[in-house]
Design a protein around this ligand. Structure first.
Ligand SMILES: *Cc1c(COP(=O)(O)O)cnc(C)c1O
Length: 458
C-alpha cells in the first residue's frame, strides 16, 4: 500500500514535466494545479478502496488534459436536429437566419442605438425601430417587445385588466407546458378568470351574459397544441370585437405561434395571422418570436396605440424587456418579411418546412450509401416519414419527408439505445428518434451534410 501511495507523483514534479507545458499555457497555473489535486485525491481513494492505482496514472498529463477539456466543453452545444421536429423547444426552437446572426454579432461587439435617438440625441425607447416594422407588416398602430410570449400574455393581462375580470372560453383554457397555464397566468397578473361556455362549444351570448361592471377584457387564446374536433363552436374575433365595442372593452388575443405569411401559399397548413386579427379590430395580439416567425425568443405584442402605451409604461415591462441581442435578431428577421419572395431561401424555419420530399429523400439516400459499410450491425434504409412543426404549432398536421433508418440486424433494442447514446456523445451530438424498433434520422433540418458524414464515419 505504502509503495502504491508513493507512486503518486507530487504536484511540483508533475508541473515541471514538459508534458504539462502546453496545458499550463492553455488553462493557467491555478486550474491545472486544482485538477491535479483532484486526480491525486482520486488515485488515493482508489488505493484505499481497491488497493490499486487507476489505469490513467500511467499518463498524468493525458488524464489532466482530458479532464480539463471535458470541463471546458460548453453546456450549450451545437447539435444536429434530426429528430423530425422543426421547432424543437428543447433544442432551442428556430434556427436563425444569416441576417439575424450578423445583426447579433454586430450588436454584441459594439455600442448600439438601443435607446438613443440619433436625430434629437435624446433618449428613444428600445422597441421603437421594431415597432415601426411590425406596424408595417401587421397593420397595427403600435407594438411592444418582451422576452417571450408567456411574458407578453402576462404583461397584456396585468396592464389592461389587473383587479378586473377577464372573460375566456372554457375551450381555450390552455396549458402550454413548462407551467404556462392560462388560469395561473391570469392569477399572477392579478386578474379574475371568468370562464364561459363549455369545452367544445362557446357562443357569443356566453360572452355577452358574462359582461358585468367588473369586466376588464374579453380574451381569446389560440388552442395551439391540441385540437377539438366534432360538435364544436367558437366565437370569431370579429364578432367578439363587435360585442366588446358595445361594452367599451378591449379584446386581447394570445395567438401562440402566429405567422406573418400565409403558410397555405407554400402548401403548408394554415396558421392564424396577426394581421388578420388586427384587421378584425382586436385590441392586442401577442405571439412568439421563435416559433413560426423563425426569429429569436421574444414575445411580440401588436395593437392599439393607447393600450401599447399602457404596456410600455407598466412596471412589468422593465422586468420583461428584451435585450439588444434579441432586438437585433428580431429586427433582422422581420426585415426578411419585407421581401417575401425570398423568404423560403433566407429564413431557415420556412426553408425546412417547405423542403420538397424528393430533395430530403435524395439527401437521406446519399447518407445511406456513405454510411452502410461503417454501420454493419444495422440495416440502413431510406424511408418516408412525417415531420412535425413543433412548439405547439399545428399539432395534428404532419409534413411528409424522408429519414435514414437504422434497424439492428439482431433486433436488439439495447443496441439501438447504445447507438443513440453514442451519437449523443459525439463532438457535435446527433439527435434522432427511436420508434418501431428503428433509429430514425429525419433529414428535413439537415444543412451541413458533409459535417454530419465526417462525424458519423469516425
Ligand atoms: C407557445 C405559446 C405560448 C408561450 O409562448 P413562449 O414564447 O414559449 O413563451 C403561450 N400561448 C400559446 C397559445 C402558445 O402557443
Amino acid at each position: 500500500m505504502t509503495t502504491l501511495y508513493s507512486q503518486i507523483p507530487s504536484t511540483d514534479r508533475l508541473l515541471r514535466d514538459e508534458a504539462f507545458a502546453s496545458l499550463l499555457t492553455t488553462y493557467g497555473h491555478s486550474r491545472v494545479t486544482q485538477t491535479l489535486r483532484q486526480l491525486q485525491d482520486e488515485a488515493r481513494a482508489a488505493i484505499r478502496d481497491a488497493q490499486r492505482l487507476p489505469a490513467w496514472c500511467e499518463n498524468w498529463a493525458q488524464a489532466a488534459s482530458q479532464r480539463l477539456e471535458h470541463e471546458n466543453s460548453h453546456a450549450l452545444r451545437s447539435v444536429f436536429n434530426l429528430s423530425g421536429t422543426v421547432l424543437h423547444t428543447n433544442l432551442g426552437r428556430a434556427v436563425q437566419s444569416q441576417a439575424a446572426i450578423d445583426a447579433v454579432t454586430t450588436a454584441m461587439g459594439s455600442a448600439v442605438t438601443l435607446e438613443y435617438d440619433l436625430d434629437g440625441a435624446g433618449r428613444g425607447h428600445r422597441d421603437r425601430a421594431i415597432a415601426a416594422l411590425l406596424c408595417q407588416l401587421t397593420g397595427a398602430e403600435d407594438a411592444c417587445i418582451v422576452n417571450n410570449n408567456a411574458a407578453a400574455v402576462l404583461l397584456m393581462l396585468a396592464a389592461t385588466s389587473a383587479g378586473g375580470e377577464v372573460v375566456v372560453s372554457r375551450g381555450e383554457l390552455v396549458e402550454i407546458g413548462g407551467a404556462f397555464r392560462i388560469p395561473d397566468v391570469m392569477r399572477q397578473a392579478g386578474c379574475i378568470l371568468h370562464e364561459v361556455g363549455t369545452t367544445n362549444r362557446t357562443h357569443a351570448k356566453d360572452y355577452r351574459q358574462a359582461i358585468n361592471a367588473n369586466t376588464a377584457a374579453l380574451m381569446k387564446v389560440h388552442t395551439s397544441n391540441y385540437h377539438i374536433a366534432g360538435f364544436t363552436k367558437a366565437v370569431e374575433e370579429a364578432e367578439l370585437v363587435e360585442l366588446a365595442q358595445e361594452a367599451d372593452l378591449p379584446v386581447i388575443v394570445d395567438l401562440g405561434s402566429g405567422s406573418l405569411v400565409d403558410l397555405s401559399l407554400y402548401g403548408l397548413p394554415k396558421e392564424p395571422m396577426p394581421q388578420a386579427l388586427i384587421a378584425a379590430g382586436v385590441s392586442l395580439v401577442s405571439f412568439s418570436g421563435d416559433k413560426l416567425l423563425g426569429g429569436p425568443q421574444a414575445g411580440i405584442i401588436v395593437g392599439k396605440k393607447a393600450l401599447i402605451e399602457q404596456l410600455q409604461h407598466h412596471p412589468l415591462k422593465r422586468a420583461l424587456r428584451a435585450d439588444k441581442m434579441t432586438l437585433a435578431a428580431l429586427e433582422a428577421t422581420l426585415r426578411l418579411y419585407l421581401h417575401p419572395e425570398k423568404l423560403t431561401q433566407n429564413l431557415p424555419t420556412l426553408r425546412y418546412l417547405t423542403r420538397p420530399q424528393a430533395e430530403i429523400r435524395d439527401q437521406a439516400q446519399r447518407l445511406c450509401d456513405a454510411l452502410t459499410a461503417r454501420y454493419s450491425e444495422f440495416a440502413l434504409r431510406v424511408e418516408p416519414c412525417l415531420s412535425q412543426i413543433g412548439s405547439g404549432s399545428l399539432p395534428v398536421e404532419r409534413l411528409p419527408g424522408a429519414a435514414l433508418t437504422f434497424t439492428p440486424h439482431d433486433g436488439s433494442g439495447r443496441r439501438l439505445e447504445a447507438l443513440a447514446s453514442e451519437w449523443r456523445t459525439l463532438p457535435q451530438p446527433v439527435i434522432g428518434r427511436i420508434y418501431e424498433g428503428r433509429l430514425w434520422l429525419d433529414c428535413r433540418c439537415l444543412d451541413d451534410e458533409s459535417r454530419l458524414l465526417e462525424i458519423l464515419l469516425k
